[in-house]
Design a protein around this ligand. Structure first.
Ligand SMILES: Nc1ncnc2c1ncn2[C@@H]1O[C@H](COP(=O)(O)OP(=O)(O)OP(=O)(O)O)[C@@H](O)[C@H]1O
Length: 239
């Protein structure tokens, strides 16, 4: 149900040796939200994505909630990285392999892979080598692979940072469409225009701490703490 809690963190943190990458994070990701994580380099955005996904061990409490409309199944998650990790196989075989790893029955894999390629507009290149596709196509293939898993939550770590403007637009419009389909999105980005276009809620991180957590329109209009305001004005490094 829209608005129900999917993941909660309470007093959560992550240390890498002596580096305190995240500290004292208490928040909830709710169904249907599109959350943007912003902040300077090293502020902890990627670590927060990884902690929410469960890819990194932290301290404090992390809870993945049972969904109301699925007999108590916990939310399914997928992650998209800045540079997609694709194997030296055809685009279609990359999808088939992911479906096999996800234990999708063999009889369904072909159809699911074809649907996923079509969903991202790559139906014409299924037999081409994945790594020979353009950067934008590779990212769309990674999105198809995530979509094929039918995740409730998609985490995206700077998904358009290494793309040219036209590929960026294509990937952005797919992210937007996934959100419109009801997928909950949590995305780190250095692109404030993208935040305006895609997000409903913004978390601003500073030195591993979530300093601002606001609906997107308030983030761009409310008075913010000093460093966050400087960041918005482009006076802090964020490229
Ligand atoms: N595997 C790791 N081992 C040691 N330190 C790490 C590791 N991953 C991240 N860090 C440190 O944790 C802090 C937060 O890093 P993180 O990558 O989460 O920041 P970020 O906001 O995503 O940065 P960027 O915008 O540059 O991607 C940084 O000081 C970083 O150097």
């Amino acid at each position: 149900m829209s608005g129900e809690a999917l993941i909660s963190l309470a007093q959560a943190g992550v240390d890498f040796g002596a580096v305190r990458a995240l500290r004292d994070v208490t928040l909830q990701i709710n169904r249907g939200e599109r959350v943007a994580l912003v902040g300077a380099n090293g502020s902890g955005k990627t670590t927060l994505l990884r902690l929410l996904h469960g890819l990194v061990a932290g301290h404090g409490r992390r809870e993945v909630h049972a969904l109301e409309d699925t007999d108590g199944r916990p939310a399914l998650m997928a992650m998209l990285f800045q540079r997609p990790y694709l194997l030296h196989l055809s685009a279609r075989s990359n999808l088939l392999l992911a479906l096999w790893l996800a234990k999708v029955p063999r009889a369904q894999r072909g159809e699911r892979a074809a649907q996923a390629l079509e969903r991202v507009g790559l139906q014409g290149v299924g037999e081409r080598a994945a790594r020979a596709l353009s950067g934008g196509q590779q990212q769309r293939l990674a999105m198809a692979r995530a979509w094929a898993m039918r995740p409730d939550i998609l985490f995206l770590d700077e998904p358009t940072a290494s793309l040219d403007p036209s590929a960026k637009r294509e990937v952005e419009s797919l992210i937007d469409a996934f959100g419109a389909d009801g997928m909950t999105l949590v995305m780190s980005t250095h692109n404030l225009g993208q935040v305006k276009r895609l997000a409903t809620r913004v978390l601003y991180l500073e030195a591993g701490h979530v300093v601002v957590d606001l609906p997107v329109e308030r983030f761009f209009h409310d008075p913010l703490p000093h460093a966050a305001a400087q960041f918005l004005k482009g006076e802090l490094p964020w490229t």
